[in-house]
Design a protein around this ligand. Sequence first.
Ligand SMILES: Nc1ncnc2c1ncn2[C@@H]1O[C@H](COP(=O)(O)OP(=O)(O)OP(=O)(O)O)[C@@H](O)[C@H]1O
Ligand SMILES: Nc1ccn([C@H]2C[C@H](O)[C@@H](COP(=O)(O)O)O2)c(=O)n1
Length: 239
Amino acid sequence: MHPDHELAQKLKVITIDGPAGSGKSTVAKIVATKLGWIYVTTGAIYRSLALLFHEANLKEKDLGSIERFTSFINERYRQESLSGKVFLGEREVTQEIKAPFVSELASVLAQEDSVRKRLLPIQRKVVLNNNGAVVDGRDMGTVVFPDAPLKIFLTASPEERAERRLKELHSNGMKTNIKELIKEINERDIRDTNRKIAPLKPAIDAITLDSTKSTQEEIARIILNYAIQKEMIIQKSEI
Ligand SMILES: Nc1ncnc2c1ncn2[C@@H]1O[C@H](COP(=O)(O)OP(=O)(O)OP(=O)(O)O)[C@@H](O)[C@H]1O
Ligand SMILES: Nc1ccn([C@H]2C[C@H](O)[C@@H](COP(=O)(O)O)O2)c(=O)n1
């Protein structure tokens, strides 16, 4: 725990849910760093599963073999709490799992009950083994941490989200264009929102923030202020 932060005796979890590219993991990292908490981007778990699936040349119809992959993820998946780097065993997959085909397959597999059931305890374990976490995904506030004292639903316009993603992919040397990205993001939002199990939606007690015209630092500051208001943390000058 960060030595300068006194923390109240509450579940120390801040959840950030929202559509693809709204800035969840960027903001989660800033907030967690300020608090000396860990941050967990649960999309990386679904993405890692999708990468393994793809590499084994499997398709949705092969979900029967999900056990093999989820137990691999359970044993080998690791997200560094400070850098956010993602590993499967010794292999670093941080950039690989950002590829658009992985995004799509992750979203497709995430519709399946068998997949969600298997990944749920992995997400809870990572967080509850630590003293304070900021977690982002699609169902953090609704399903995985329904008792979290502070829940954020982060949005941004699809165009802005696609622009951000385009910059990110280009800076990592991946080729794509804005039209394709808007299409991919819209399709993913529709699939994630309309699935039967744990769909993307704000928890009833979530605070919705629109980041279209705000910087990541501004959004992080708003979230930290809510955490102070909710007495999850005691205000210190440097937070
Ligand atoms: N408020 C912001 N203003 C400008 N760019 C931002 C903002 N927030 C995040 N970004 C940038 O947008 C891109 C997507 O952000 P991020 O990966 O945090 O989104 P996400 O919601 O976690 O996405 P996904 O659900 O697809 O994993 C990143 O390149 C990030 O640096
Ligand atoms: N809690 C979560 C996290 C992710 N998913 C699925 C749906 C997403 O489209 C996909 C990739 O996630 P991202 O990296 O964009 O956050 O994984 C989910 O269903 N639930």
